[in-house]
Every structure is written in C-alpha cells, then in structure tokens.
Write a protein that binds this ligand. Structure first.
Ligand code: 48F
Length: 264
C-alpha cells in the first residue's frame, strides 16, 4: 500500500497551470505593484495588504528578500538601529543588543520571517519577472508596469523577440534598491532627475532615506535604497532599519494617495 495518494502526471501539471493562470489573470490589475522584493518592498507590501489592498510584488530573482539574507561582506548577520527592532519584534525575529540602540539578528531568520509575514496577509508575487518599462496615462501618471520573464531578458537579443506584457495598478512603488529601475525609466523619458547615491554615512543616511520616502512623480513612490539613488543621499551599508521603516512609510503614502481617489 503506497504512502501517498495516487495522482497522474497530468493532474500535477494541471494543478500548477490552473492555479498560476488564475492568479495571473486576477493580478493583471492591482491596487499597488511593488517592483523589488527586498526588505523595503516586503515591508511596504505587508502593511498595504494588511490594510486590505491588492498587492503584487514583481521580483526579477527566483528568491525574495534582496540584500536582507546577507548583512554585509558575505556575513549573514543583519544590524538595525532603534527604533527599527520593533519591526523584528512584530514579526517574531529574535535579536541581540550589540551596543546601546544597535541590534543584530540572523539574516536568514529575519528575511524568511519578513517574507512569511508578507505572504500571511495576502501579498502575491511574480518572481523570475523583470520590470522592463512603465505604463503612463494622462498627465504622464504612472499607471502600471511592463514586465517580462527574467530568462527572456537574459537571452541574446538576436535569438529573442518576445514582447513583454503590461500589468495595471493605481500606484507603483520602486523598491529596486540602488538601481532605482523604475525611477530611471522616467529619467530616460525626461520626466525625473535622479542624482545617484552618495558615499557611506550610516548616521545620516537612515533618517534621510525615511524622510525622503514618498511620491516622486504622479503614481510613483520610491522606497528603500532607491530613495538614496533618486535624491543623492548617502548609502548606509549593512544596516537595515531604514529599509523596514522606509517600506512602512511608502505604504502610508500609498494609502494616502489611494484614499484621495476613494480606494483605501
Ligand atoms: O537591493 P534590495 O535589498 O533593496 P532595498 O529593499 O534594501 C537595500 C538593502 O538590501 C541594502 C542596503 C541598505 O541596508 O544598502 O542594499 O532597498 O532589493 C531590491 C530587490 O529588487 C529586485 C532585486 O532583485 C532585489 O530583490 N530588482 C531590482 N531590479 C529589478 C528587480 C527589476 N528591474 N525588476 C524586478 N526586480
């Protein structure tokens, strides 16, 4: 007597395809699309989905978490400064105090719990999916994203001519880290000016990144290290409190924007 229930190969295939397509169709339109599944994108997504919004995170890698798995220099300990340890407490991540107001946690534990917390409240993910371009509507308002499979974008141009597809939403959050990919697309079209991130200065950068998190163009919010790239703020290296608090701030701004159009 086999341990597992009998299923055929085709049943397994159908279960995957049907479930994937159902979600893909549903998320052709969302309230908020977050590009980038690093710490700031995940923190923003969690707060927005918790408020009842339909949220999709587009991530070019197969794995989520961005730079949050590894603190710095290939050492998997992440540091956070007060008051950001409260987010760790909220999602159940143990931490130690290294110095007064400076905390250390295990990267894999913090990152997996943050991913889990976003999943628990209903955030959906399009992984192995690369942001390719933006959708603009009246007044150049950002109204969606153009995406393609990551493997397609990695193939040489001469053997691929696969057009991307577009997803619509009310608000886009650029949480692509130092690259600030979404903001850079607006810059290519002469709609935004990005400065490029400055030299490392943790003491300054964390406050500045959270303060500058917000709408940079109608329909587009920047969050996390993308904020420092847009405004030329100092980088902060292996400390993550500002990523979590910037994500939370981005969620607040998105909620305010959606409230104005009667959605949140
Ligand atoms: O880089 P990342 O972790 O950004 P973050 O949330 O946090 C920054 C910190 O990790 C660290 C730091 C401060 O502590 O300096 O760097 O601001 O996560 C960005 C995510 O965006 C994805 C990328 O794979 C990563 O998971 N991403 C980047 N470009 C694209 C993208 C793109 N074009 N399409 C889809 N995903």
């Amino acid at each position: 007597m086999p341990l597992f229930h009998h299923v055929s190969e085709q049943e397994v295939t159908r279960a995957i395809v049907t479930s994937f397509l159902r979600q893909f169709e549903e998320y052709a339109s969302s309230d908020v699309i977050i590009v980038g599944g690093g710490p700031s994108g995940l923190a923003a997504g969690r707060d927005l989905a918790r408020s009842g919004l339909k949220v999709l995170i587009v991530e070019r890698n197969n794995y989520l978490g961005g730079g949050f798995w590894i603190g710095g220099y290939l050492m998997n300990k992440v540091t956070l400064r007060a008051p950001a340890q409260k987010v760790l407490e909220e999602i159940g991540v143990p931490y130690q105090e290294a110095n007064e107001g400076l905390y250390v946690a295990d990267g894999p534990h913090a990152c997996s719990k943050l991913i889990g917390a976003a999943c628990d409240v209903g955030v959906k993910f399009a992984n192995m999916t690369i942001f390719d371009d933006i959708v603009l509507r009246e007044g150049n308002r950002v109204a969606g994203v153009v995406i393609n499979w990551t493997p397609i974008s990695a193939l040489p141009r001469e053997i691929t001519c696969v057009d991307p597809i577009a997803l619509e939403c009310k608000v886009v959050i650029d949480a692509t880290g130092h690259d600030a990919c979404v903001a850079k697309k607006l810059e290519q079209r002469g709609l935004l000016k990005t400065v490029g991130f400055g030299a490392m200065w943790v003491e300054q950068s964390e406050d500045l990144v959270v303060e500058h998190t917000g709408e940079v163009h109608p329909g587009l919010i920047v969050s996390g290290m993308a904020v420092s790239t847009v405004y030329g703020l100092p980088r902060m290296g292996p400390t993550f409190g500002a990523m979590l608090l910037s994500g939370k701030r981005a969620a607040e701004v998105a909620l305010e924007m959606l409230a104005k159009v009667g959605i949140a």
